[in-house]
Design a protein around this ligand. Structure first.
Ligand code: ATP
Length: 342
């Protein structure tokens, strides 16, 4: 990643009838950055991506690519490529031919076509697969061919709209790691759209969290997860674990709404000591949920509201069902509480 700006959006706005799909978005994507647009369905992510690609015209605002104003430039005049979820490969062509196709349309000479397609296949770790038909590949491999088909054009920017959406969970998780490695290898700027918070946290240099057409928070995965800026971000990225108003005043001695992530909270007995620098709150265990690697506790607080705590099932007895209905203390270090609203 360098400190020059690959994509600059200013006041980007798009309406569909009464719906303001994108509402004054400002964003700088840096050269070589992996930036994810994360948000619920209908929050405007795809519309932003389509405007960067040039498939959609903004009603207001500015789009710059590499410092040049492209707001009114048609898609083919922009140095970007898009990979969609339903990556349609040509079934009657080999993998190699599929990847070469774009270059053939651009009348690139045969030898160069061959060479560039092979390099693109290598970058997605599919060297040796060139002669296969798409039907002889797994879903993940087909997705990588689609990626190679975009990379072969050597775009400055690659736009990816839920490209892993069609894959099953395991493959999806593998591809997340691979895609990030591929992006690092080729050094192209990636703008990636997803509604999956884990996916965004796994792959991104930075995440722009979208809500109702606006960017609610922009930051690294750690910043967005550990320091959510608003209740919406706290709830959308991770479990919403909030101490609100009266409860915050009672437990923290401070006004406002505060967030504490579940894995920062220890569950201890009511007579166990609280350490210096920790806050504690009394409650009753409502639910104990065993999830393999960890156990989740949902605890109703005496001061009102509830919090979730997560404990690794590292050693000792991991069947903690007997704790349901028990009074407990929830404790956490004060540095893990973040104000998300006044
Ligand atoms: P998803 O994850 O479901 O794709 P998204 O965050 O990408 O959602 P957009 O597809 O950008 O959201 O849509 C934002 C809003 O604009 C939605 O309310 C959607 O219904 C509306 N919208 C998008 N495209 C059109 C269109 N061509 N005509 C009318 N309304 C549209």
């Amino acid at each position: 990643m360098t400190d020059s700006v690959a994509i600059r959006l200013r006041g980007l706005t798009r309406r569909f009838g009464d719906v303001v799909a994108v509402d004054g978005v400002d964003l700088d994507v840096m050269d070589g950055e992996f930036l994810t647009l994360l948000g619920p369905s209908g929050s405007g992510k795809t519309t932003v991506l389509r405007m960067i690609a040039g498939f959609e015209r903004p009603d207001a605002g500015l789009i710059e690519l590499g410092g040049a104003d492209v707001t009114r430039v048609p898609p083919y005049g922009r140095d970007v490529n898009t990979v969609f979820q339903d990556y349609a490969l040509f079934p009657h062509m080999t993998v190699q031919e599929n990847v070469e196709y774009g270059l053939r349309v651009k009348k690139v000479a045969k030898a160069e076509r061959r060479e560039r397609a092979q390099a693109a296949l290598e970058s997605v770790r599919l060297d040796g697969y060139g002669d296969r038909a798409p039907s002889q590949l797994s879903g993940g491999q087909r997705q990588r061919v689609a990626l190679a088909r975009a990379l072969v054009n050597r775009p400055k920017v690659l736009l990816l709209d839920e490209p892993l959406g069609a894959l099953d969970l395991k493959l999806r998780e593998e591809m997340q790691v691979e895609l990030k490695e591929i992006q690092r290898g080729v050094g192209i700027t990636f703008v990636f759209v997803t509604h999956d918070q884990d996916e965004a946290l796994t792959m991104s240099d930075r995440i722009a969290v979208f809500n109702a057409g606006r960017i609610e928070q922009l930051g690294s995965p750690t910043e967005v997860y550990e320091h959510p800026a608003t209740p919406f971000v706290a709830g959308f990225v991770g479990t919403s674990n909030l101490l609100e108003q009266a409860a915050a005043q009672a437990v923290l001695g401070k006004p406002g709404t505060w967030s504490v992530r579940p894995e920062k909270i220890r569950v201890i007995g009511t007579d166990e000591p609280v350490r210096e620098g920790e806050h504690a709150v009394r409650g009753t265990v409502r639910e104990v949920i065993y999830v393999g690697m960890s156990t989740r506790f949902v605890v109703d607080l005496e001061v009102g509201g509830s919090l979730m705590a997560v404990q690794q099932n590292a050693e000792g007895s991991t069947d903690l069902g007997h704790m349901r209905g028990q009074p407990v203390l929830l404790v956490w270090n004060t540095r893990h509480e973040y104000k998300v609203a006044d």
